[in-house]
Ligand binder design. Structure first.
Ligand SMILES: Cc1cc2nc3c(=O)[nH]c(=O)nc-3n(C[C@H](O)[C@H](O)[C@H](O)COP(=O)(O)OP(=O)(O)OC[C@H]3O[C@@H](n4cnc5c(N)ncnc54)[C@H](O)[C@@H]3O)c2cc1C
Length: 394
């Protein structure tokens, strides 16, 4: 056996695992990450890339714990993007410096009352007609528009920026295929068939929904996981109308959340989430597209999408189990033996999650290992933007 002793092994290379690996290495831990498929290829690449400040969660007028934790996130990410934060994200492509919230005409007064409350001061500002993004400059737009202190990132460039500084510490492997050896509740050895044996002091599971398969292998009954399904819609067009906004109706959740993403052939994809995606779980593929077409014609009637290509994708969010499938309140990390089970619950909360994980980790113990023994393991590819596999080139 070729034994390699490590302070930390992170299982799962989505945004949570990659962010945590960068922070762990900076903290002096002798850490590696194992990804079974490709980096970012789970929920992360399917996300809308919004760095939320919590405004949409406060739509019911109550500032919950989620709004309090998440409201610090945009500034932490902005610091990283500017090159003076906890990680260097200067190479990440910013799709929009702000996310917006709009309502149709009749609901404008509800938004005005809501955003006038003290909780929103400095976080939300009404946008004058002259400053509106192009999509809202049409005379047909009669609603009110607010600019939120949130930003939208190009997720594939984020994965690259998180991979590069720690590339030599990332490997492709699925520990479900390895022999796992325990001493009491401590996972001591991960033995691969070719003689490589990894000996971690601490293991972090950032495996997203892969936790469901890992838990029985690791003998973990707690915590439990829940999935919250979505049926997202993608609209590919060449209108060049970058749109980053939640549309607010009478309920406590956005009717639709639109983000805009570049395609390799120069077109753009409008990616539609919010209530369209949540209620869309009950609709089949064609029905969901018909529903989304009608919703867009109702919300933005002046935008001509007749030449657009439409498609949709189903994806589950993986989170700690809550009573009645409600949205978990913040990032989640819980120790079980020498494993830490972690779900950020939002890409935006990855910095908060890494704080929680590192607080549960022991101080650096092992000297920086010679990682050459791990060269037996292949390197995982980085995922491609998700829409590239759903549409023909135009
Ligand atoms: C449609 C959608 C839109 C979203 N939009 C936003 C948004 O705009 N803003 C926001 O903040 N959040 C958003 N989210 C939430 C956000 O995407 C997730 O919270 C976040 O990406 C989770 O990251 P993760 O690293 O925990 O999981 P994942 O990205 O799912 O990564 C888990 C990784 O673990 C790997 N893995 C699994 N099992 C194993 C194993 N046995 N061994 C090794 N590797 C394994 C998988 O291959 C995968 O790469 C959205 C989510 C969805 C689904």
């Amino acid at each position: 056996m070729n034994n390699v002793q490590l302070d930390l092994i992170i299982i799962g290379g989505g945004v949570a695992g990659l962010w945590t690996l960068n922070r762990a290495v900076k903290a002096g831990l002798n850490a590696i990450l194992l990804e079974k498929d490709c980096l970012g290829g789970g929920q992360t690449v399917r996300s809308q890339g919004i760095i939320h400040g919590g405004t949409k969660y406060a739509l019911n007028g109550v500032l919950t714990q989620a709004s309090n934790t998440i409201k610090e996130m945009p500034q932490r990410w902005r610091d990283c993007l500017a090159g003076h934060g906890e990680l260097d994200l200067t190479q990440v492509r910013l799709l929009s410096d702000a996310h917006y919230m709009w309502s149709k005409g009749s609901l404008g007064s509800r938004m005005t009352t809501f955003f006038a409350t003290k909780a929103f001061r400095g976080r939300v500002e009404e946008v004058s007609a002259a400053d509106r993004p192009a999509v809202f400059r049409n005379p047909g737009f009669k609603g009110s528009l607010y600019r939120l202190n949130e930003l939208v990132l190009d997720v594939p460039s984020l994965i690259d920026a998180l991979r590069e500084p720690v590339e030599e510490r990332i490997f492709q492997a699925d520990i479900c295929q390895a022999e796992l050896v325990f001493s009491g509740d401590q996972l001591t050895d991960i033995r691969f068939p070719d003689g490589l044996c990894l000996q971690p002091r601490q293991v972090v599971l950032t495996a997203g929904e892969g936790f469901a398969e890992l838990a029985p292998q690791l003998g973990l009954n707690q915590p439990e996981m829940q999935r919250r399904p979505l049926h997202m819609v993608m609209v590919k067009h060449r209108l060049n109308l970058p749109t980053f906004a939640h549309c607010i109706g009478t309920g406590s959740k956005p009717v639709a959340t639109i983000t805009t993403h570049p395609c390799e052939d120069g077109a753009q994809v409008w990616y539609l989430g919010g209530d369209i995606a949540e209620t869309g779980v009950e609709r089949g593929h064609d029905e969901q597209i018909a529903f989304a077409r009608k919703a867009m014609a109702d919300l933005l009637p002046w935008v001509d999408l007749s030449d657009a290509q439409w498609n949709c994708l189903r994806v589950d969010r993986a989170e700690p189990k809550q009573s009645s499938l409600v949205r978990p309140d913040s990032g989640f990390a819980q120790a079980a033996g020498n494993c830490i089970v972690a779900w950020p619950t939002k890409l935006a909360l990855s910095p908060d999650l890494a704080d929680q994980v590192l607080a549960l980790c022991p101080e650096p113990g092992y000297p920086q290992a010679d990682l050459s023994a791990l060269s037996l393991l292949p390197k995982p590819a980085t995922t491609r933007p998700v829409w590239e596999s759903y549409f023909d080139q135009t």
